[in-house]
Design a protein around this ligand. Structure first.
Ligand SMILES: [Zn+2]
Length: 256
C-alpha cells in the first residue's frame, strides 16, 4: 500500500513524500525546502532513497543540495533542464526503479510551464508538478500554448481514478477562474463549495481526481461548447482549433 504524505512548504507549495507501508525507505518529489522534509524524515524514522524533480524552479529544487548532504539520496529530474544536482536525467518513457523503497515511477514529458518539465506516475498517483493543477494548469513561462495543451491532453488520458498530486495549493483561485469561464457548470459549482469548505477548515484540496478535472478544469475542456463560446468572444472569431481555444483561455487566466 502506498502512503503519500503531504509536506507543506513556503506559502502554498506541497512536497510529496512517498513510501510503501511497512517500508522505511522513501522518496520525495520537488523539495523546494529541506527543513520540513528533514523534520518528517526524523519524526517518522524514514530513510530518503531518492529525490524526484519535475522542473528547475527554485521552489521545487531549493532543498535538494542540503537533503543530499544529509541523506545521500540520489537525484532524478528532467533531462532537458539545467539542474546541477541531478544524478539521473529522465525523459518520456523512462522508468525509475528504486530497490530499497520498492517503488517504480514512469516518466512523462509535459513541457509548457518550463521547456523540460516532466511528471511521474506510480500506481494511481500522478505527480504533476506545475503542469496540471487541481482546477487549472501552470503558467506558460518557457514553452508554447500548443506544448502545454499537448502535455495536458497526454495526462488527461490517464485513468479516470488517477489521483493528481500537484505542487501548489492553488485550487480555490483556479476554480474561481473556472467559474468565470463556465458559470453554468453544476459540477464546478459543487466543487467550489466543497473546496471553500475545506480551505476554511485549513484542509488541503490536493490530491484531486482525473474525472473531477475532466468535469471542472477549463484547461481540459477546450472541446466543450461552453468553453469554445468564451474563447470566441475573447478572440472576436470562432477558434480554429482546440489549441486556439485553450490558448485564449490560458491568456485570460494570466490577467484574471
Ligand atoms: Zn514552477
Amino acid at each position: 500500500m502506498l502512503n503519500i504524505i503531504t509536506i507543506p512548504a513556503f506559502d502554498d507549495n506541497y512536497i510529496w513524500l512517498i513510501h510503501q507501508e511497512e517500508n522505511n525507505n522513501c522518496v520525495v518529489v520537488d523539495p523546494g525546502d529541506d527543513e520540513p522534509v528533514m523534520e518528517v524524515l526524523n519524526k517518522l524514522q524514514l530513510n530518503l532513497e531518492a529525490i524526484l524533480i519535475t522542473h528547475h524552479h527554485p521552489d521545487h529544487t531549493g532543498g535538494v543540495k542540503q537533503l543530499v548532504a544529509a541523506t545521500g539520496a540520489s537525484v532524478y529530474g528532467p533531462a532537458n533542464e539545467d539542474i546541477k544536482e541531478l544524478d539521473y536525467r529522465l525523459s518520456e518513457k523512462d522508468t525509475v526503479n528504486l530497490d530499497k523503497s520498492a517503488l517504480s515511477f514512469s516518466v512523462f514529458d509535459v513541457p509548457g510551464h518550463t521547456k523540460g518539465h516532466i511528471a511521474y506516475l506510480t500506481e494511481d498517483a500522478l505527480f504533476s508538478g506545475d503542469s496540471l493543477f487541481a482546477g487549472g494548469c501552470g503558467r506558460i513561462f518557457e514553452g508554447t500554448a500548443e506544448q502545454m495543451y499537448q502535455s495536458l491532453t497526454k495526462l488527461s488520458l490517464l485513468p479516470a481514478d488517477t489521483r493528481i498530486y500537484c505542487a501548489h495549493e492553488y485550487t480555490e483561485g483556479n476554480l474561481n477562474f473556472a467559474l468565470a469561464v463556465e458559470p453554468e457548470n453544476n459540477d464546478l459549482v459543487d466543487r467550489i463549495n466543497e473546496v471553500k469548505k475545506k480551505r476554511a477548515n485549513g484542509q488541503s484540496t490536493v490530491p484531486s481526481l482525473m474525472h473531477v478535472e475532466h468535469a471542472t478544469n477549463p484547461f481540459l475542456r477546450s472541446q466543450q461548447k461552453s468553453v469554445m463560446k468564451v474563447a470566441e468572444s475573447r478572440l472576436g472569431k470562432v477558434p480554429s482549433s482546440e489549441i486556439e481555444t485553450f490558448s485564449s483561455i490560458r491568456s485570460w487566466k494570466d490577467s484574471f
